[in-house]
Ligand binder design. Structure first.
Ligand SMILES: Nc1ncnc2c1ncn2[C@@H]1O[C@H](COP(=O)(O)OP(=O)(O)OP(=O)(O)O)[C@@H](O)[C@H]1O
Length: 296
């Protein structure tokens, strides 16, 4: 089971490029697709979900070009788009039954599956409440339930934690770990911590291009020995930000604790610390932009 993306580009009307020559192969596990706003994540997700077609290149699912044979992929696809809409007057059961019918599931199988999913997603108690009265987190879980109706082999979730409170985010991450198994899960987000614990592979995009596709360990290896922490007086912070790639700051009574990524010690008293995926992500984006700047 694999999804091969080969030289895929997408040009929107108005000549805006959404993607430029993206190639990589996705295998079972959780792929964290990371990138800032406008990186091209949703464009790629929509192409993989056969909602839109690329301008150039091919996407191959188990030896079939999905632009020519979308039906083969659609039967095993679960998709939660970024702008998932609900019918506010339907309750969770009615809504999921409606979507199961659209997906062509038999009524008795659908009924059983919906019961299971409502339980797994902790929605059983509110199953008869109109969706209009649901919180953001509850709606998100209904969205995930609909994506799982057909027990998909390919599950695509676009920006899943937008609008969730911290507790709901944690619950969502745990759910994702349970869902992984023998399927491909693609999770697109600009929040690194959403995928930190769950991803088995990470793809980083910026401005329509793929910067890297690697294991989390491999990405961390790229910044090993390059992450530093130091204490600087607050008036020096602007200067530090101009010179270095600052990953985070924390204001304390004795100054500002700065965490940054640099090839060598930024200040004499800086201490080398273990990298996180957030450091690796920032480093990758900054390097990509530097390389693009140098090429222009
Ligand atoms: N329908 C469209 N028409 C024209 N340009 C578009 C369209 N959709 C996306 N784009 C452009 O394509 C580029 C990639 O957008 P895309 O939405 O795929 O990025 P993203 O990484 O998902 O960002 P976000 O997190 O903000 O949704 C952006 O420059 C965007 O303006």
């Amino acid at each position: 089971m694999q999804l091969a993306i080969e030289h895929v580009s997408k040009r929107y009307r108005g000549k805006n490029w959404g993607l430029r020559d993206v190639s990589f192969t996705i295998t079972p596990g959780v792929l964290g697709l990371l990138g800032p706003n406008g990186a091209g994540k949703s464009t790629l997700m929509r192409i993989l979900a056969t909602i839109t077609k690329q301008t150039e290149g091919t996407v191959v699912w188990d030896s079939q070009d999905i632009a020519i044979h979308p039906e083969q992929l659609r039967t095993v696809l679960g998709y939660l788009p970024q702008d998932f809409g609900i019918y506010p007057h339907l309750n969770a059961i009615e809504f999921l039954e409606y979507l199961a019918a659209i997906k062509g599931l038999k009524a008795n199988i659908a009924r059983q599956r919906i019961d299971e999913l409502l339980q797994v997603l902790n929605l059983s108690e509110v199953r008869k409440r109109p969706l209009g009265a649901f919180s953001g987190g509850m709606r998100q879980r209904v969205g995930i339930a609909q994506a799982l109706l057909n027990d998909p082999k390919l599950l695509i979730i676009d920006e899943p934690t937008v609008g969730l409170d911290p507790e709901e985010r944690v619950r969502f991450r745990n759910l994702l770990t349970d869902l992984a198994g023998e399927r491909i899960v693609i999770l697109s987000t600009h929040i690194v911590s959403d995928v930190e614990a769950t991803a088995t592979a990470i793809a980083i995009m910026d401005k329509g291009t793929l910067l890297t596709h690697a294991t989390p360990e491999n990405l961390l290896g790229q910044v090993e020995g390059k992450v530093w922490e130091c204490l600087v007086p607050s008036e020096k912070l602007i200067q530090i930000r101009e010179r270095f790639l600052v990953s985070s700051t924390a204001r304390r009574s004795n100054g500002v604790h700065v965490r940054l990524v640099a090839d060598s010690a930024p200040l004499q008293e800086a201490a080398r610390v273990a990298p996180t995926l957030e450091d690796a992500y920032l480093y990758c984006i900054a390097n990509g932009r530097n390389a693009a700047g140098a090429a222009q």
